[in-house]
Design a protein around this ligand. Structure first.
Ligand code: C5P
Length: 237
């Protein structure tokens, strides 16, 4: 299924490889986040890329522009397909990320990764926003940061399903919207606070869905992925 990305939120390279071997062919790619990357490092990324997998490196870089540029250059050399930064790092930081991805890709004769931004973490509530001194409503905060990501040359954003429509209106149809927090009717919500079904998120305009526990914690992950893929195809029918 060409819009389903699976979050390999496990602690070991062996566990991640086993999941990738099980799911390869039924999903479009794999997301490696800070948990697995901190435990197992870049070799696992290279191994998956060596298998021909699309890897979304979800390390949400947020630092001074020069440091983020160095990290993005290193991720580009690993051959990742997509990576992300925090939009709240600002326009200069995002432009440095874009330039580093393009420059390193040109220098090493490979395709530049898609560079996307996290607007607001989907786990943040209105209270969580107030706590860090953000007075704006979640929706306007997300829209403003998405517009800043776009004008800084990024390819898209990570956004909750509930923000897709507003971002699509503001940033156009070519902008990539990558949406976590996908849950089916019977799934546990866990720590996500703004969930939606796969079909509804795609109908709202998501480009890619990121799904973790509903697939990786299922008794039969491949069957769970295929069920979701069928639901996604249904959304386009
Ligand atoms: O298990 P679940 O389906 O909730 O996993 C969602 C994945 O998406 C996790 O890896 C989580 O870190 C990630 N993510 C998120 N919200 C964001 C950015 C990333 O849930 N804003």
């Amino acid at each position: 299924m060409d819009q389903l990305l699976v979050a390999l939120d496990v602690d070991t390279a062996a566990g991640a490889q086993a999941l990738a071997n099980t799911l390869r062919g039924s999903v479009v790619g794999f997301k490696i986040g800070s948990r697995l990357f901190t435990a197992e490092g870049p070799r696992l990324v290279e191994e998956l890329v060596g298998h021909g997998d699309r890897v979304f490196l979800d390390l949400k870089f947020h630092d001074i522009p020069n440091t983020v540029a160095g990290a993005v250059g290193a991720a580009t050399r690993l051959g990742v397909w997509m990576l992300n930064v925090h939009a709240s790092g600002g326009g200069a930081m995002m432009r440095a990320a874009r330039d580093a991805a393009d420059d390193e890709a040109a220098r090493t004769s490979r395709r530049a990764p898609l560079v996307i931004a996290v607007t607001m973490l989907t786990s943040l509530s209105a209270e969580g926003l107030a706590e860090i001194g953000m007075a704006d409503a979640m929706e306007s905060q997300v829209e403003r940061l998405a517009a800043l990501a776009e004008s800084s040359g990024l390819d898209g954003v990570v956004a909750s399903a509930h923000e897709i429509a507003a971002i699509r209106r503001r940033c156009g149809s070519a902008f990539q919207i990558v949406t976590p927090g996908i849950r089916g009717r019977g799934d546990a919500i866990g720590d996500q606070s703004r969930t939606m079904s796969a079909a509804d998120a795609l109908t709202a305009g998501a480009s890619y869905l990121v799904v973790g526990r509903p697939i990786i914690a299922a008794p039969d992950p491949r069957a769970a992925a295929e069920r979701l893929a069928a639901e996604c195809r249904g959304a386009h029918a």
